[in-house]
Design a protein around this ligand. Structure first.
Ligand code: GTP
Ligand code: MG
Length: 372
């Protein structure tokens, strides 16, 4: 890869220079403002420093594997640099200009790239990730043939660095939270069954969801079937006492009422409960069928609770799997489990980044195939 820095007066000048020197396949990796000239900072003129890169045709075969990580690294460094910049407005203006230039570029893209973009969009993959994937694919491959089954492997490898998964070995207090109706209570029953029946752990359950009598009954039924104790807490103080009373259990699974991220009072309440419980693990359950804009908002609002993991629920209800990638870009928290049906205890899988990459690549390949 050839990387070059340009110090220019404006972004248009940069674009022209890059075109001439690096060609039309070059990509811009970062932009920042720099001051030059003057004395002790007085009278200095402000320029823009643009870093651009293009694939070096001769060295294309070497070191191919590590390149996606390199690109990721450069792009994430760029992100940090942008965030710490003083002159935010100027940068914003530049980004807007860049974006419009990029979109003109997009409309001239070759057919396979357009097909690729469409398929990524069909999976509801975040635009920023889409752009990174497309840039990478353009840089590394002349063309991707989506009618060739082997392309699935290429896609799978491309998605992998964007998928963050980790399955913790559960112990102590595990709090479940998330929007209404996503499957928190059902997921607790599934995990309780797994811990008790497969791992032979001493499991107990506390429910803080006392808003609906049905909710308590629902969990009581599962607890009875599994023969695990269940306690109900109505106030933060009671929650604290129950947690202490059950402290000799290996795992205490704690259910909460579904809370709308749009309701500030709900969020304050759940935060208060969480502080009292002081969980070892905090699982944020999110429905796979939510649109990416909603997922972004949910993660942002619930991030004040400091979730340790995300559980993606109801995979069986959607064929858009882009959230496998979106989660790691929206919030730096791994995916621990995926639920894929209503059956307790069967419909839950431990999240594995390779498996998720395979699932997603299958869907993308299916939709990227040009229609005959
Ligand atoms: N299709 C499908 N349905 C699910 C899944 N997980 C849970 N459900 C269903 O979703 C509905 C709501 O599940 P609950 O476990 O009550 O959801 P909750 O998040 O506890 O809901 P609230 O406590 O009301 O916020 C039930 O009908 C579940 O059977 C899943 O993975 N796939
Ligand atoms: Mg519930």
């Amino acid at each position: 890869m050839i990387v070059k820095k340009y110090v220019v007066n404006d972004i248009k000048e940069a674009f022209e220079k890059i075109r001439v020197e690096l060609g039309k396949d070059a990509v811009i990796l970062s932009t920042r403002k720099v001051k030059k000239g003057g004395f002790l900072g007085i009278g200095a003129k402000t320029y823009i420093e643009v870093t651009a890169a293009v694939e070096d045709k001769k060295s294309q075969q070497t070191e191919e594997k590590g390149q996606i990580y390199k690109l990721q690294e450069i792009l994430s460094k760029n992100k940090e640099g942008t965030q710490s910049s003083d002159d935010f407005n100027e940068l914003k203006k530049m980004m807007v200009e860049l974006k419009s230039m990029m979109s003109t570029q997009k409309s001239n893209e070759s057919q396979w790239i357009q097909d690729f973009r469409k398929a990524l969009e069909r999976q509801d993959i975040d635009e920023e990730i889409e752009d990174k994937l497309v840039e990478y694919a353009k840089m590394k491959y002349q063309e991707l043939d989506f009618s060739n089954e082997n392309t699935r492997l290429i896609l799978s490898e491309m998605f992998l660095p964007f998928i963050n998964t980790a399955v913790p070995e559960l112990k102590g207090r595990v709090l479940f939270t998330g929007p209404t109706g996503v499957g928190k209570t059902t997921t607790i029953a599934k995990i309780a069954a797994k811990l008790k029946l497969n791992d032979h752990k001493k499991v107990s359950i506390i429910t803080l969801d006392t808003y609906r009598i049905a909710a308590v009954d629902q969990l009581k039924t599962y607890a009875m079937l599994l023969d695990v104790p269940i306690r109900v807490a109505y106030t933060p103080k009671e929650a604290k006492l129950e947690v202490e009373a059950l402290s000799d259990y290996d795992v205490i699974l704690i259910d909460t009422a579904g809370r709308s991220q749009k309701n500030e009072m709900h969020m304050t309440e759940i935060k208060a409960m969480s502080e009292v419980v002081n969980p070892d693990y905090l699982f944020l359950v999110i429905g796979m069928q939510y649109r990416k804009e909603d997922v972004r908002e949910i993660l942002q609002k619930f991030s004040t609770l400091n979730p340790t993991h995300v559980i993606l629920s109801k995979m069986d209800e959607t064929s858009a799997l882009g959230h496998f990638l979106n989660i790691s870009s929206f919030l730096n928290v791994p995916i621990a489990y995926i639920t894929n049906g209503q059956r307790v205890p069967d419909d839950i899988i431990e999240a594995n980044n390779r498996e998720l990459a395979v699932l997603l690549s299958r869907e993308v390949l299916k939709y990227a195939r040009p229609s005959k």
